[in-house]
Ligand binder design. Structure first.
Ligand code: MG
Length: 423
């Protein structure tokens, strides 16, 4: 297959930026938190903290118990974005970056110049040396070199910190057999459960499965994609712009009211989100519409970083609902509907760095809720938003998901997507 992709993943990125800025933190256990509070949890941890069992998602209290003396530091997103830009510029001077995957991850294409193994390794060393010299020695990275992004990303996980791992054709799958299935980008807890239900409970068995079997388990071409990617095929990620998941409902007499229609919308949204998870996709947009007997139909769209999280979508729905023209609020709705659009297959989803721990916890919650509903009937369990709660937290738009170089200022309100590629 050849070595086509070089992935750079910075180690404990936020903590490393803080240590670069504040020499007194170097070598110490450091936990980065979204806000200074004992009730919050770490969104990043330095290697000294990781060595004591502190992970992304560890609560502050637990972190202090595991690692007495840990320095808890409030995140400084603007600082990390500044570092991100400098790192991107330094890497770009060594090799062209094909895609900025997230604030601490980039993908580079080796096919143009660096295909021979020695050249690829040399460029990896050059990146490390240049970053250390020109940005700072605290900014260490793990670099993976492999036939495609999926494998290169796995290679970055195999040696931390300051790793350099090459996965040659003959290493696949041998070098990967010690990994967990969930280490593979595109296999979350839900897919892990589904694979196990089909008797696939290890990476070795995953490699043993046929293309058709994986297609069946994934419920579509994404299974075939995974089969190929695991073997080093380079399959471009396609965003399924045209595919949508939606539901609409004609309101019964008792629900033709403001509160009634919002309640129905939340139920429809929860159903759509469950469907989204069952087909293994993430949505990047939500459209809400309402038809009125005596007024023109209303509909509006909101975009966000792709998600399959019901609670995030609930916040988006409430935001859209609040944007209706005031005049409509006195009208009687006849029918309401929701559409989740801008769908992205699970393989293409990289969890938001600022929400990784929350996302994993939510995934488990949704998996449990979906299982209950599939077992005991739809609506057996639902989220409180279905009662039309107005005080739901506003949707949090991650503001550094993809810090584009042309972005001069952090604008928390700006809708942005990680993986449009075209926008
Ligand atoms: Mg990283």
């Amino acid at each position: 297959m050849g070595l086509r992709t070089l992935a750079v993943d910075f180690n404990s990125f936020f903590a490393s930026c803080e240590m670069q800025e504040r020499p007194e933190l170097r070598g110490k256990p450091v936990g980065i938190v979204p806000v200074m509070a004992e009730t919050t949890s770490c969104i990043a941890a330095s290697y000294a903290a990781k060595a004591r069992g502190v992970k992304v998602g560890t609560g502050v209290r637990e972190a202090r118990a595991l690692c007495p003396g840990i320095v808890i530091v409030a995140q400084r997103p603007a600082l990390y974005i500044g570092y991100h830009r400098r790192l991107v510029a330094e890497i770009e001077s060594c090799i062209h970056i094909t895609k900025v995957k997230s604030v601490d991850e980039v993908e580079c294409d080796l096919t143009a110049t660096f295909a021979p193994r020695e050249k690829a390794v040399a460029v990896a060393r050059q990146i490390k040396e240049r970053v250390a010299r020109r940005v700072g020695a605290c900014l260490t990275s793990s670099i993976g070199i492999a036939p495609n992004w999926l494998l290169a990303k796995l290679a970055t996980d195999m040696q931390k910190p300051d790793g350099l791992v090459v996965l040659d054709d003959e290493d696949i799958p041998q070098k990967l057999l010690g990994l967990e299935m969930t280490d593979i980008c595109g296999i979350g807890p839900g897919m892990d459960t589904r694979l196990r239900a089909h008797g696939i409970d290890s990476v070795a068995k995953l490699y043993g499965a046929t293309r058709a079997e994986l297609r069946g388990i994934w419920g579509g071409v994404n299974g075939e994609r995974m089969h190929g990617m695991l073997r080093g095929e380079d399959i471009p990620l396609t965003q399924q712009e045209h595919q949508t998941v939606g539901h609409s409902h004609v309101l019964p007499p008792g629900l033709k009211s403001e509160a009634g229609s919002l309640g129905v919308l939340h139920r429809l949204l929860q159903k759509a989100a469950m469907r989204l998870r069952s087909i293994g996709h993430y949505a990047g947009g939500l459209v809400v519409n309402a038809d009125y007997r005596d007024a023109p139909s209303w509909g509006e769209e909101i975009r966000f970083n792709e998600t399959q999280d019901t609670l995030t979508l609930t916040g988006a729905l409430n935001q859209l609902w609040a944007k209706r023209p005031p005049g409509l609020r006195r009208r009687k709705p006849m029918q309401v509907g929701v559409v989740l659009n801008r769908l992205l297959a699970m393989n293409g989803h990289t969890p938001d760095l600022f929400a990784k721990e929350q996302e994993t916890a939510r995934e488990r919650l949704h998996h449990a809720v979906d299982t209950l509903n599939q077992t005991f009937g739809n609506g057996s369990v639902f989220y409180g938003g279905a009662f039309g709660a107005k005080d739901n937290a506003p949707m949090r738009i991650a503001f550094t998901r993809i810090p584009t170089p042309e972005l001069e200022e952090i604008d928390p309100g700006r809708e942005r997507r990680l993986r449009g590629g075209k926008s």
